[in-house]
Design a protein around this ligand. Structure first.
Ligand SMILES: Cc1cc2nc3c(=O)[nH]c(=O)nc-3n(C[C@H](O)[C@H](O)[C@H](O)COP(=O)(O)O)c2cc1C
Length: 510
């Protein structure tokens, strides 16, 4: 058996009675399969998760589920209404727990079922206008710091950001307490529904991440100031959630290693956040990621955390990425990647290593590193070299839901054998979109394209990386149409037309 398979197929014991059958974690991916305005899990969502349930993952983390229906990331997000939660709602979530864990499929062996963890989010300042609230109502945030993802486009960018997000309003203390209660009530509901745990989304610029960042948290009360005060809300949520769920229920946190923007969360603060969560005693795992809507480079090919850091420190020898060359950049990058060790395939490899070294050996908090992992050797290398406990896989899980079956296949001994890894693919149009000087656009299209891959699974079909752009766009909205969401259908037609105007080219995969 390959050494990599040995490493990845070890059980992951959380020490509280929960054991994942292996080290492969399906990372959270927002599915956009709810009803317009936010809803409980839908039949389309259950169909999608049944595919991951039978694919051999050690743990499946759901896409983010909003704890506040007035603050969705997108209008079609799965969400909780205001607490207290009714029995009818719990039974909707129970059906989701059964489908995503494979308990509603008797052909899946008990020992082979993944642990299923629901990611909980408040989108905060990144909630698009009209996502669950009237378009003129501002989003709630730690402080009134406007969103600036389109900064590269001057006045036009400023207008675009205002149109999409506007300036948020700083939360009052009672609103903060209400949000703590919403997270805790959602955790309790997930426990009652039969999930194995929850993960608090405190990365990528959403509400809890905005509290952690000195750029977006300018508060002068108990929830702002130094790193410890900025982390206070997160620790309060963990404490409150812990009171309401049994010890055997997992509580995890997704954290940024850095925001990769000027004035944002630094690596030093991020290391402190990991330590405080571990010392709290109520956190079973921390998933490491990085970036946000204002710098979503981690969602584009060729992301290099060290290079992003050097750019932040003003190293002028590091040039900005060339526009319009993403596909060729990806090929160069793949070459470079095979030249260096697979062990560095994980985007946040260095941070993960520091985070592990920073924790006492006796700490029971498990670390999971997510981002950039594509190969069996890379996944095993991340565990072996950074001593994290698990590896999170996002985009590859959308394109290749059965990835664990390939990666853990003992009969394929050579790690370089294509049968041990997922397929290589290039996202059509990504080169063209690279000309737009807003990183959010390219990263956003990559995200939407992967949602398109998930839509095949909803229809019980194999994801097709060669599909045309119109097919992808229609596929995303088809499940909503099936649920008679007519507004989604109209939106699909609009998006379809807009996609054609710039003539997004179809590219062959490599
Ligand atoms: C379609 C899509 C939706 C995503 N939604 C979420 C989300 O809901 N919560 C989250 O923490 N990360 C989300 N992510 C980010 C992934 O969890 C992961 O951090 C990122 O894709 C990098 O990992 P990868 O290189 O394995 O894809 C999303 C990514 C994609 C492609």
């Amino acid at each position: 058996m390959s050494e990599s398979v040995k490493i990845l197929s070890q059980k992951l014991d959380f020490g509280n009675g929960k054991v994942a059958p292996n080290r492969l974690v399906k990372a959270p991916m927002e599915e956009m399969l709810g009803r317009f305005g936010g809803s409980a899990p839908t039949p389309a969502l259950l169909k999608l998760y049944r595919h991951w349930a039978k694919a051999g993952w050690g743990m499946v983390i759901t896409g983010n589920v909003a704890v506040d229906r007035t603050h969705l990331g997108f209008p079609w997000d799965i969400s909780f209404p205001s607490p207290p939660h009714s029995d009818a709602l719990i039974s909707d979530f129970k059906a989701y727990a059964e489908a995503s864990s494979g308990r509603d499929n008797s052909s899946i062996d008990e020992a082979d079922r993944p642990l299923v963890v629901v990611q909980l989010v408040h989108a905060g300042r990144q909630s698009l206008r009209g996502s669950g609230r009237a378009p003129w109502k501002p989003a709630l945030a730690p402080s009134a710091v406007p969103m600036r993802p389109s900064e590269g486009m001057g006045v036009v960018g400023k207008a675009l950001d205002w149109l999409l997000w506007g300036t948020p309003r700083a939360m009052t203390l009672p609103e903060i307490q209400e949000m703590v209660n919403r997270f805790a009530a959602a955790a309790e509901a997930c426990s009652r529904a039969g999930f194995d745990g929850v993960e608090l989304h405190a990365s990528h610029g959403y509400q809890l991440s905005a509290f952690l960042s000195p750029r977006t948290n300018l508060r002068t009360d108990a929830y702002g100031g130094d790193a410890q005060r900025r982390a206070r809300i997160l620790l309060e949520i963990v404490t409150e959630a812990r009171k309401r769920v049994p010890r055997g229920f997992l509580i995890g946190v997704k954290l940024n290693s850095s925001d990769y923007i000027q004035g944002g969360l630094t690596e030093d603060d991020a290391l402190l956040n990991v330590r405080w969560l571990a010392e709290h005693g109520g956190v079973d795992f921390v998933e490491i990621s990085g970036g946000n809507y204002e710098n979503p480079s981690f969602m584009t090919e060729g992301f290099d955390a060290e290079e992003e850091m050097r750019k932040l420190q003003g190293d002028t020898s590091v040039s900005a990425p060339q526009r319009g060359t993403e596909a060729s950049q990806m090929q160069k990058d793949q070459g470079a990647r095979s030249a260096r060790s697979h062990a560095r395939e994980a985007f946040f490899h260095n941070f993960a290593k520091k985070a592990r070294d920073n924790l006492p050996a006796s700490s029971s908090t498990r670390l999971i590193v997510t981002g950039g992992l594509k190969t069996r050797a890379g996944m095993a290398g991340a565990i072996e070299n950074t001593h994290v406990d698990g590896v999170g896989i996002g985009r590859m899980a959308a394109v290749y839901p059965d990835l664990p079956r390939r990666v853990l296949d003992q009969n394929v001994v050579d790690d370089e054998d294509p049968r041990a890894n997922g397929p290589k693919y290039v996202i059509p149009g990504s080169g063209l979109l690279g000309y737009i000087p807003i990183k959010f656009v390219g990263a956003g299209w990559g995200t939407v394209w992967h949602n398109g891959m998930m839509s095949y699974l909803v229809l019980d079909k194999k994801p097709d990386v060669h599909a045309s752009t119109p097919r992808i766009l229609l596929g995303i909205f088809a499940p909503s149409v099936l649920q008679l969401r007519i507004h989604a259908f109209i939106a699909a037609i609009l998006v379809f037309l807009v996609a054609f105007l710039p003539g997004v080219a179809r590219q062959k995969t490599v």
